[in-house]
Design a binder for this molecule. Structure first.
Ligand code: HEM
Length: 375
């Protein structure tokens, strides 16, 4: 079947070969009652367990025998397979310490030190209404209806306990997380994900993605941190650039995705190579600045393209919903993003939202639930 195992040492949806569709949702918790929150996380886990197996969200399903109760599934996924659905949960900084400083759920002393709001970066144009959140769920699937159905049912189950703060649809993966996957293209038309961390590289995942024993609070060991950034792409400006300029901005060719100065996609980047008296890969290109030789670190990218209608000024509101997993945001996303200060690509992009969440380790067995070790 096309179902992905829900249980495991790590949550699915991180190194799982990246599915093609995304519905990402961030919630605010609207109760101060810890027991009610715990109950919700248990109910969510049960629903997630079922939906990732291709079943209805609840045991009686979309078409219960009793027609006088609201169905425990909304029905739009009737007849659809699991479609590789993964549901990945995360806990935001404000779950531990509310914006007004309150410790609503008695979790403040369990807060991991690296779980901090991201610092401001040059060029940020963040909209608080689509940033942050107490909880998040990343739903990935190969069918958009399956991903949307999953998020909708979690929101339905959470009524009165959580409210949707923001949500983002994504339609084409902009990365690959497994060596078995072909590299997709983002809305700049460039192959994206070539030099990503991949599921097969266990050593790199241990070094850069999974929270290790001793890193922070025990409840997070085996987990990870997710950073999301909604990045608007000025595709009209990009489309007016000559092919050569586009390639110089990224540092790779548009056709094969080869590093400039090389031939094939997976040829090694060679930052010393000269061409016509200049570096083949410009030192202000995205790849030069983001590459581990310059950034000194690595992150697992798992982003999606989006088009959210138009901006009212005759342009598409399009871009990349950037998602990255890392062992520590400070030495992951933040470190890379600081290096990207002088990125030639900045002329064509704007970050419009930002969020960070701590993602617990995987659900172990039939009794386990999202966040059990935390509460
Ligand atoms: C590489 C596009 C934002 C980190 C790449 C590549 C492309 C690309 C085409 C080369 C192919 C590859 O190796 O995957 C974009 C676009 C972005 C964006 C269109 C925004 C709209 C970011 C951000 C970060 C980032 C915000 C992190 C702060 C990286 C890293 C690499 C990379 C680490 C691999 C570099 C290497 O090892 O050679 N990106 N990117 N990117 N990008 Fe981005």
């Amino acid at each position: 079947s096309d179902a992905i195992a829900f249980t495991g040492a790590h949550q699915a949806g991180i190194t799982t070969p990246q599915q093609d569709r995304l519905h990402f949702v961030a919630f605010d918790v609207i109760t101060d009652d810890r027991d009610v929150l715990v109950e919700l996380l248990k109910n969510w886990t049960a629903a997630a367990r079922r939906m990732t197996a291709g079943q209805d969200a609840g045991p009686t399903g979309a078409l219960p025998d009793n027609a006088y109760v609201p169905p425990d599934d909304t029905g739009e996924a009737i007849g659809l397979p699991a479609a590789g659905l993964t549901l990945t949960v995360g806990f935001g900084p404000t779950l531990f310490t509310a914006a007004d400083g309150r410790d609503r759920f008695g979790l403040a002393d369990r807060r991991p030190a690296p779980l901090q709001d991201l610092p401001p970066f040059q060029g940020d144009e963040l909209d608080p209404a689509i940033s942050g959140g107490d909880l998040c769920v990343q739903a990935c699937a190969n069918d958009p209806q399956v991903a949307v159905h999953a998020v909708r049912n979690l929101a339905r189950i959470g009524q009165g306990v959580v409210s949707v703060r923001w949500s983002q649809l994504g339609f084409g993966r902009t990365s690959s997380t497994s060596t078995g996957q072909a590299t997709p293209r983002n809305l700049f038309g460039m192959k994206d994900g070539t030099d990503n961390l991949k599921a097969e590289n266990a050593k790199a995942l241990d070094d850069f993605v999974w929270v290790a024993d001793g890193d922070g609070p025990d409840w997070l060991t085996g987990g990870s941190y997710v950073v999301t950034r909604r990045i608007r792409m000025e595709i009209e400006a990009w489309d007016r650039q000559p092919l050569r300029e586009q390639e110089q901005v990224i540092g790779r060719t548009k056709g094969t995705g080869a590093p400039l100065g090389q031939k094939a996609e997976f040829d090694p980047v060679d930052f010393r190579k000269q061409q016509g008296g200049r570096f083949a890969i410009p030192q202000d290109s995205h790849v030069f600045l983001a590459h581990p030789t310059n950034s000194g670190t690595a992150i697992l990218r798992r982003g999606y393209s989006f088009v959210d209608g138009s901006d009212g000024l005759g342009r598409l509101d399009a871009g990349l919903f950037f998602i990255a997993y890392q062992r520590n945001p400070e030495t992951g996303f933040v470190q890379v993003q600081k290096k990207l200060r002088g990125d030639r690509m900045n002329e064509y992009i704007q970050h419009t939202s930002s969020a960070v969440f701590a993602c617990p380790p995987g659900v172990r067995d039939g009794e386990d639930w999202w966040g059990r070790a935390l509460f």
